[in-house]
Design a protein around this ligand. Sequence first.
Ligand code: PRP
Length: 187
Amino acid sequence: MAFYDASKIETLYDQATLDARNRELGAQITADYKGKGDLVLVGVLRGSFPFIADLCRYIDLPVEVDFLGLSSYGDRTETSGIVRMTQDLSEPIKGKHVLVVEDIVDTGLTMKYLLANLHTREPASVRVATLLHKPDGMRVHVDLDYVGFTIPDRFVVGYGLDFSRKLRNLPFIGVVTNSDLIYPNTP
Ligand code: PRP
């Protein structure tokens, strides 16, 4: 029995669909960066951890993987509009090709902040791979180079995306249709 009530979460993209899209994106990224020099994947914590873990295994190149943490939603479903860096990269990116790996671009505020920050570190290039893009939510323009799925303006959970800090471990992406008693089988 699952820890959540499946009748309260509508599936948008199941595990097989996510896997197939990750494989396609990985192949595209491999082709684009082959022979181009050092590539570092930069995962944006916390939401990107399942996506970057799965995507990097479909990239057939000697990539580095690093992480930084950004937060603007806290426990809310609406952005505060203020992006906070909660953790910085472990290594310099000067002269390297950087591919930012995000779970979702919604208003674009997080990505805009991040790209401005990364450019000051003089990388060879910066591109963005996001699993989900919500065009209706965009408040600022950012160029997205690799997009897994374009989604409607709904609050999505799972596969890294949280609902009050939980549900990041769902293996699929879904929408909570009823937030009462999502966890009936846990104390
Ligand atoms: C989420 C998500 C993106 C950002 C996108 O992060 O992981 O980083 O919001 O939203 P935006 O385009 O409207 O800025 P959140 O602040 O919830 O932190 P988390 O990844 O730790 O859940």
